[in-house]
Write a protein that binds this ligand. Sequence first.
Ligand code: SF4
Length: 329
Amino acid sequence: MYYDPPLADGYGRRFPYLRLSVTDVCNFKCSYCLPDGYEKTYSDPFLSANEVRRLVTAFSEMGTWKVRLTGGEPTVRPDFCDLARIVALTPGIEKTAFTTNGYKLPQRARDYFNAGLRAINISIDSLDPRRFHEITGHNRLEEVVDGVRAALEAGFESVKINTVLLKGLNDDEIDGFLSFIENRPVSLRFIELMQTGDNLTYFRKRHIPATVVKERLLARGWRLRAREDGAGPAMEYEHPDYRGRIGIIAPYAKDFCATCNRLRVSARGHLHLCLFGAGGYDLRPLLQDDGQIEELKGMAVNLMQRKRAGHFLHDGDTGTRQHLASVGG
Ligand code: SF4
């Protein structure tokens, strides 16, 4: 049975967009997220293919039509393409996307496309090989940049670059990133570094407001685009001389949460109403049989009334978010 109205919270916001983490394992160790690399903290397994199928079916019946597969690094799951196919073939899901650090992307881009993925976000925090290594712990810039080419050639409808703005590390590369998108039909997102439970010292040292980039873009004739339906939080800019676009994700900006349209489910089946919320709600007991779907939807609909208006990052309240790999950012 389809819910009408679809999933909504007490502020009248609708949630067509589900970010589903399929693993919290990551094979990179980015300085702002997992500086010491991934450490296994739980023993129970990640969601199985059947649990993913039941979850996405339930959400599509509550109005979700866009699903993004995240991690950790989602592609480290050996069955990643199978999971993507399950999501892409779920009735009601119109857009299947994923976020990756670009690991082995040149070889695998076509497989991901053939599995039904149509939108890809690739993390590139620096175009300087030495800095890329310093930030990610891996000497793989060339591979990842070649992955952008492979994703475009494979036919992805949307190719985006995620770049976390880091003071004193890559904030002098804004012009380099603009050149990168001059002749590439990609959208590069400058993401403002967010405080999490684990990175306060790093945050204080490296945080730079994303508005710095915004002002520079406006001064150079970039223009704000209208927000697309189901789009993420980025403010997107375009310029007649550039094939690519620039997005700015500024979680500290006023009214950032007013247009919140996404929910998150962790790799072990916990529903997170907010990235910086007070923990998740365990849906997994209701993912064990196809006959539980109505109960699952009922639980999700009820939980929506607990969703807060926004985050409290300005007060230094990061909720239970230790690092972003734990729920896919
Ligand atoms: S911080 Fe929370 S409320 Fe704000 S946009 Fe993100 S998920 Fe939504």
